[in-house]
Write a protein that binds this ligand. Sequence first.
Ligand code: HMG
Ligand code: MG
Length: 300
Amino acid sequence: MLNLPKKVTIIEVGPRDGLQNEKLFVPTVIKKQFISRLRNAGLQEMELTSFVSPKWVPQMSDAAEIVTDCLDADARNIVLAPNRRGVDRVYSTDCQAVAVFVGVSNSFNLKNINKTTKDSMTELVPIISELKEKNYFVRACISTAFYCPYEGKINESDTIKLCQEFVDAGVDELSVADTIGMAAPDECFALFSQLKSLFPHTLLTAHFHDTRKLALANIFASLQAGIDRFDTSAGGLGGCPFAPGASGNVATEDVVYMLERMGIDTGVDLNKLIDAIEVVRPHLSRQIESGYYRLHAQTV
Ligand code: HMG
Ligand code: MG
């Protein structure tokens, strides 16, 4: 028998992961409309933006304005912060959910955050305690959980060790990422099965990039391991500027289509999701290539 949940939570990462790698600056007003329409499509948990250095990621330089205008009291509004400065910037807003991010691979973490993995954890562990004391929702994004563009295959035990450090620090959620879209379904099943049994009280989310078109298969394998939360990006946009090979995230519309076809409730309206993609599409430097979007475009 297949192990399928009745309901899956989609965490929309389009406004953050989706746009952070876009070459041309997407106007702030368009980002706000994109977020608003994504909400209208039923996406209740969303990464809105990131409080990172605007020199490193110019696309996210309007983070403060996005947060000021896009918080929704009925939704989980997540913003990324890599360090003390980022978290202090979050404190100056009304946002209540923060995502920190660290790579299992040292080489990747140095390229992405300019620190070793160990130094990032030394900085973040007390910050996480502080956030929890202040009642923030804390999500930890674990990059290069399977493969690294610089170091190759990552040991499962190293990923589990980093997850354990975050759980011990008190995070609410682990978002475990195949940053460069290289994991295979059996590897996803193996890692997520272990994480499920090791961390039964932590929300576990899978974050797949679709570089090798294995993301849907990986989601299916992760469902079998008991995962019912997935990060996805409308239009399949996305990629990390510091991880060569991190092409788009798995497309929200393809994931919703697959899950709903299997009778799994996502709460997402596909037509309204397409409306959200249409807002941002003219401002992108790339084509929308998701299967569901292309089929839809042919029939209208
Ligand atoms: P650094 O240059 O080492 O920073 O960068 P620093 O501490 O030496 O500070 C240098 C300057 O940056 C100072 O300003 C700081 O104030 C400023 P100056 O005195 O020169 O004017 N600064 C900041 N400004 C705004 N916000 C901040 C901040 N911190 C310092 N938070 C730093 C270190 C972490 C800042 C930099 O490396 C950075 O911003 N990295 C972010 C990279 C990033 O956003 N990557 C993409 C997100 S992760 C991802 O996509 C993966 C994920 O999707 C999962 C997956 O798929 O794997 C989550
Ligand atoms: Mg990502």
